[in-house]
Design a protein around this ligand. Structure first.
Ligand code: FAD
Length: 505
């Protein structure tokens, strides 16, 4: 790797661009984790973090709807090197946002972040082994150069959510709100609200708004599996009392990680039993005559789509209390005063909330090229779930779909840190995942039938069916494999012999 001392000489623009050994894109949880891990193992490397927004936090800064919270447990969702100190098992959005900023400050990462800087394109030059990264910074074009590009840009578009066409929506006299762009001043007190959707966002919104509205309806086309999680973990609290903070955090983190994985594997291996178990738990939380099979019996098997979680059964409580209603039907058309359903029923509404999901987006919308040739992501295999074959010196954090995103993000950051150390120790300027022409048996990189995954099929990379080319959603296997695995397996390394001359000249 380059050192800070000779970085000026290495810039392809003769010093006009800002050069960093490593450029991390995105200052959400993954970006902060990446910065920590890279610096931990490679303290001499100069890195910068660039972030399109004006603050850290990513998802947890963008989403501001009522009740916003994590839907996986906060112990595995927080970072292993900075203990979560809150008392609940599910983290509130604001607490997660503050936690991310506190982590950045605590480890000096905040000083490395350049805000309001959005990456638009990046080109790798194999003559110099340097990426040229084009950004819009504070409204103006700015060019960066880097030896290694680390994309921590999340998985969805920050510019638009997903909203299907609803016939007649233009006739609606009330307000239409997408949760990704929640108006700060939205007044829903005493109003009739219809939330379209049944995913994590819808089931968070319903109980959070139920006390204030006149009536709130969750309108779903088809049901989702929803399980309840106790929002206090007495064992975690007790562990904190007897162990030092970092150790206590990691003991609890591992306990939750194994517990969650065990539950996932059980549901996948025994879907019938899993289905029956969830149905029994759901039924127990609803009135005796409630039509559970109409509203809470999905057509798919558990974990064909993400399982949704509610803390302390809050959604079911709102239904039990008559504050909230679930309607399973399809939309015929939106009218001036509400939504007319295919069944003929009309739902009156002052506000319609389209909790219809995210628009998946790879690499934060960055156009990637190698030697000027555009990279089509869906043509490439993912090496260890983070590197596209044939695209040198670039990592991309993609978390788990069946457990906290962060578990995989941290494994990835640690592996990338080791890869950078190997490059530095050997003077390599080029690291590339290499299939050596092998045709790999394929499996989907994200095994979910959810609409947002299906809609994005052409943006997802390919996964092989064996390591190191397989995208695996199993934290325990990944943890041991990534720690043991050599960073050189299926990789090719080289150095630009006369790097300085080529770059400067
Ligand atoms: C409402 C909601 C709830 C969620 N709850 C959970 C949960 O409970 N558990 C879980 O595991 N996952 C959850 N997720 C998924 C969640 O996004 C991730 O877990 C996690 O926050 C991802 O962190 P990240 O840093 O990888 O991505 P993000 O949080 O999306 O951060 C990406 C950052 O990159 C920046 N960026 C993107 N593109 C560019 C660009 N071109 N140039 C510069 N900067 C760029 C963004 O501004 C952002 O700051 C949730 C997602 C949503 C939307």
């Amino acid at each position: 790797m380059t050192t800070v001392a000779d970085k000026k000489a290495k810039t392809t623009t003769g010093g006009k661009a800002e050069f960093h050994d490593v450029l991390i894109v995105g200052a959400g949880l993954s970006g902060i984790d990446a910065a920590y891990r890279i610096h931990e193992l490679n303290p001499d490397l100069d890195y910068a973090l660039i972030e399109r927004r004006e603050r850290t936090g990513g998802t947890w800064d963008l989403f501001r709807y009522p009740g916003i919270r994590s839907d996986s447990d906060i112990f595995t969702f927080s970072l292993p090197f900075n203990p979560w100190t809150g008392n609940t098992s599910i983290g509130q959005g604001e607490d997660i946002r503050n936690y991310i900023w506190d982590t950045a400050r605590k480890f000096g990462i905040d000083k490395k972040i350049q805000f309001e800087t959005q990456v638009t394109s990046a080109n790798f030059d194999s003559a110099t082994d340097i990426w040229t990264v084009e950004t819009i910074s504070g409204g103006k074009p700015k060019t960066f150069e880097t030896r290694f590009l680390f994309m921590c840009t999340g998985y969805y578009s920050y510019d638009e959510g997903y909203t299907p066409e609803f016939p007649g929506i233009e006739d609606f006299q009330g307000q239409v709100v997408h949760p990704q762009f929640w108006p700060e001043d939205l007044d829903y007190k005493g109003k009739k609200v219809v939330v379209i959707g049944s995913g994590a966002t819808a089931i968070t919104l319903i109980p959070s708004m139920a006390d204030d509205v006149e009536h709130i309806t969750m309108l779903q086309r088809s049901p989702t599996y929803i399980t309840s999680l106790p929002n206090k973990d007495p064992i975690a609290l007790a562990t904190r009392k007897v162990l030092p903070p970092n150790l206590a955090h990691n003991v609890t983190r591992w306990r939750w990680a194994t517990q969650t994985l065990g539950s996932y594997l059980f549901m996948r291996k025994a879907p019938k039993a899993g289905r029956a178990l969830i149905r029994r738990m759901t039924k127990a939380m609803l009135p005796a005559d409630y039509p559970v099979d109409v509203h809470f019996k999905p057509k798919y098997a558990p974990w064909d789509q993400r399982l949704c979680v509610v803390p302390n059964g809050d959604l079911f409580k709102a239904i039990r209390n008559g504050q909230a209603e679930v309607v399973t039907d399809t939309i015929d058309r939106v009218t001036a005063t509400g939504i007319k359903l295919t069944s003929g029923r009309e739902l009156e509404a002052d506000i319609i909330i389209t909790a219809t999901g995210l628009q998946m987006q790879a690499l934060g919308g960055t156009e990637i090229a190698v030697d000027g040739s555009p990279v089509k992501i869906s043509d490439h295999y993912l090496y260890r779930g983070y590197m596209l074959d044939g695209v040198p010196n670039m990592a991309w954090t993609i978390g788990y779909i069946n457990a906290s995103w962060t578990l995989k993000a941290d494994i990835t950051s640690q592996h990338v840190a080791r890869l950078l150390k190997h490059m530095g120790d050997n003077g390599y300027t080029h690291a590339e995942a290499d299939r050596a022409g092998e045709i790999l048996a394929e499996k989907p990189a994200m095994e979910l039938s959810s609409g947002y995954v299906q809609r994005a099929a052409d943006q997802l990379p390919k996964s092989g069916s064996s390591m190191p080319w397989m995208v695996r959603h199993n934290f325990l296997l990944d943890y041991y494999d990534f720690r043991r695995a050599s960073v050189t397996q299926s990789m090719k390394f080289s150095k630009v012999a006369d790097a300085k001359e080529k770059v400067a000249g």
